[in-house]
Ligand binder design. Structure first.
Ligand code: NAP
Length: 300
């Protein structure tokens, strides 16, 4: 049984990431059904992909050999998995692509193991663009044998798929990724706010810096948009704020504290309080610009 490849997938969570992942699984003939808290999205995707109807949740999950979850945060994931786990057959696998804490991954793996169901934590990087193209980078924790069974599922949604070790190591890798993402955003937003205040030609500045030692993906892809005050692209800052809380507790469990994480949490919380939570993480430049304001000035 354990060598049989997974090919009857239900996707749970039809948000910005889950929808394109479901479409790619469907294109690879691996999808049998979808499920979402808000029913309208379930029906819309079933219509779009012409998926077969199941009688109820018991019938849907009972026919699956794999459930791929992609929901917002830790408590949402726990509620979702506890809601369907009794319907799954022993030998099936839950693959979670949400960003949650390594502890949540480990506790869900234990709950599922008691019913003979395997769990792989498989957080992703590459954003909505990567999800649409099926080119996500996926960091996987869990038993190697189960990882191998899921190879076709992963290949349908990602292009860089790496087994990182036991359950929880996928989410630990994602926490490392998010610390790096936050640090790059701090560096680029601070530097471009300085460039603006030095009255530099911003197009030329971004071009020349991109080609040198400071060049990076965020500068290439978000540099021009942020200096033009376009923040409706990319990765919502409220999601990075949630992820940085996971990074904070992961670091705290190791007895440490990181100013980069603490400062970023504080600043993204400030932007959320200013109603910018749905903007891209490059909206951090708003706060970096404020550092150059003279007392009494206000650009908001
Ligand atoms: P999203 O568009 O906000 O969608 C969230 C999904 O979670 C929706 O389907 C929502 O259902 C569902 N959900 C939330 N709370 C729930 C609950 N209590 N019970 C059941 N379902 C619930 O978010 P997303 O951008 O797809 O992100 C999903 C996950 O991927 C997050 O963990 C995020 O950090 C991670 N991620 C996102 C990106 C990105 O660029 N967006 C990149 C990498 C990783 P409703 O439709 O009913 O609200």
């Amino acid at each position: 049984m354990s060598e049989i490849k997974l090919n009857k997938v239900v996707v749970y969570g039809l948000g910005a990431m889950g929808r394109p992942m479901a479409r790619n699984l469907h294109d690879h003939n691996l999808l049998i059904g979808v499920k979402n808290r808000t029913e309208g999205k379930t029906q819309a995707m079933m219509n779009e992909l012409n998926l077969a109807e199941f009688e109820d949740d018991e019938d849907l999950f009972g026919h699956a050999d794999c459930v791929l979850t992609c929901v917002s945060a830790d408590d949402d994931l726990k509620a979702v998995v506890h809601g369907f786990m009794d319907y799954l057959q022993a030998g099936s696998v839950v693959i979670d692509c949400s960003t949650v804490s390594p502890n949540t991954a480990r506790s869900l793996a234990d709950d599922l193991a008691s019913k003979g169901i395997a769990f792989l934590d498989a957080p992703v990087s590459g954003g909505v663009e990567g999800a649409k193209k099926g080119s996500l980078s996926i960091m996987v924790g869990g038993e190697r044998e189960q990882y191998k069974r899921a190879s076709e599922v992963f290949a349908a949604v990602g292009s860089q798929i790496t087994h990182m070790g036991r359950v929880g190591q996928g989410q630990a890798t994602k926490a490392v990724n998010q610390v790096m993402v936050a640090g790059v955003a701090q560096a680029v937003c601070s530097a471009l706010a300085l460039a603006e205040n030095c009255n530099l030609d911003l197009k030329k500045t971004i071009e020349v810096l991109s080609a040198g030692a400071a060049g990076n993906w965020f500068l290439d892809n978000r540099g021009h948009t942020m200096v033009n005050d376009e923040f409706n692209v990319g990765f919502k800052l409220s999601l990075l704020h949630k992820d940085l809380k996971i990074c904070q507790s992961t670091v705290a469990e190791l007895g440490a504290q990181m100013p980069l994480i603490e400062d970023s949490i504080k600043e993204y919380a400030e932007l959320m309080a200013m109603d910018h939570g749905d903007e891209d993480i490059s909206a951090l430049i708003r706060l970096k610009r404020a550092l150059f304001e003279q007392p009494g000035e206000n650009h908001e």
